[in-house]
Design a protein around this ligand. Structure first.
Ligand SMILES: [Zn+2]
Ligand SMILES: [Zn+2]
Length: 137
């Protein structure tokens, strides 16, 4: 029996054809569970075509495999949606000022209490910055 990689299963679950570049990009995002920018991905996959990487990111976004993370400096990173069943992926992100790594904090709740009913929220962007556990030890 052929061993199916986690990255491949991830794509198949979303009915996205697991092409070699898609698998590589998914694997890159699985590493360390870290959010990566397009540039990070290009550097990590020097043999992959840049346009293909860009298109892969777009396909992943469209299929809710990944979500974008907007950083305070205006940079955009991408992270895998762990709880993909939840269409509304409301959780904060943490970016470390020392190592620059960005991680999802899916267990942290953002309470939106007493929010005016006439506003329809579709997205919440919240990025915290400081020192990550790895850098503070
Ligand atoms: Zn750090
Ligand atoms: Zn996230």
């Amino acid at each position: 029996m052929r061993k199916v990689k986690i990255s491949e299963r991830l794509l198949e679950k979303k009915r996205v054809k697991p092409t070699p570049t898609r698998i590589l990009v998914a694997e890159e995002l699985l590493k360390n569970n870290e959010a990566k920018s397009l540039q990070d991905m290009e550097e990590a996959l020097p043999n992959a075509d840049k346009v293909t990487i860009y298109r892969t990111i777009k396909t992943f976004l469209d299929n809710h495999i990944i979500h974008s993370v907007l950083l305070p400096d205006g940079q955009t990173k991408y992270a895998l949606c762990e709880h993909a069943e939840h269409q509304h992926h409301v959780h904060p992100h943490f970016t470390c000022q020392k190592c620059g790594e960005t991680h999802c904090l899916p267990e942290t709740n953002i309470p939106l209490q007493d929010f005016p009913k006439n506003y329809k929220v579709s997205d919440v962007l919240l990025t915290l910055s400081g020192v990550c556990p790895k850098c503070s030890s």
